[in-house]
Ligand binder design. Sequence first.
Ligand code: CP
Ligand code: NVA
Length: 305
Amino acid sequence: MEKDFLSIADMTRHDMAEIFAIASRLRHYKYGRQLENKTIALLFEKPSTRTRLSFEAGIIHLGGSPIYMDASSTQISRGETVEDTARTMERFVDGVVARVFKHETLVGLAGRSRLPVINALSDLEHPCQVLADLFTIKEKKGDLERQKVAFVGDGNNVCNSLILGCAIAGAGISVAVPESHRPNDKVVSMAKKIAGDRVEVVTEPDEAVRDASVVYTDVFVSMGDEATRERRLQEFVPKYQVTERLMSMAKGDSIFMHCLPAHRGEEVQAEVIDGGRSVVFDQAENRLHVQKALLLKIFNLISYL
Ligand code: CP
Ligand code: NVA
């Protein structure tokens, strides 16, 4: 791995295996001092429950100190450049976890400082989420190479990272999205280069979930898309909602996943997300273990475990 984690494609299958092995240990050995003397800034332009809490708790569990910065109360909101912000931050802290509107902001932060920068969600990707998701699938279903993941809904940031993450990890991925909301073209072609026809983008949810061991969805209105909310719901809900009927078209022992927060009655029926096949809260918990492992890997501290 390089200094930063901006895309799930910054990681090889070998890196993932190493992180998953450490994450499994951290589930049982929660506390340590590996991040002692490390101060990590969390710079967030958008709201968060899971990402903020799992990073803050994880850093504290390992003896480090997180500093949360709401971007709207920093000088960025008054026009200070990302580059100057990055050059200032590197004088005070050892790393940055950033949640931003534009992916280019992360690229700017990473490019203008020697600090490791971790993508805590951008308009393009949500790699920490997908790292935890792949770990969850492996724990629940076993060997990733034997799985087919179906993502149904909006071709958004989570979808982009899931496509790339599955391709790198060796899992099949079939995405069902409306023609007007396809995932990022570059992401799809990169994933196809890695995994060939194990990567598929279709418009029919029934087709995507056929033989799938995992059915995954995310909100139809992501942070930043609020202005098109009504139009999106009209387009998505009738065809792309994950219903009990859709789940019955997947494998009999398939699991339901969602990165959360969820909107019952929009992208998923309450019966599905609150039903026996749903693993969404284990999935959320795994953010903690996997991100702690990621921090140890990024700071080259694995041998101290
Ligand atoms: N899944 C996820 O990133 O949740 P938050 O927006 O609550 O951080
Ligand atoms: N796609 C969603 C994910 C939230 C964790 C968003 O960007 O709002």
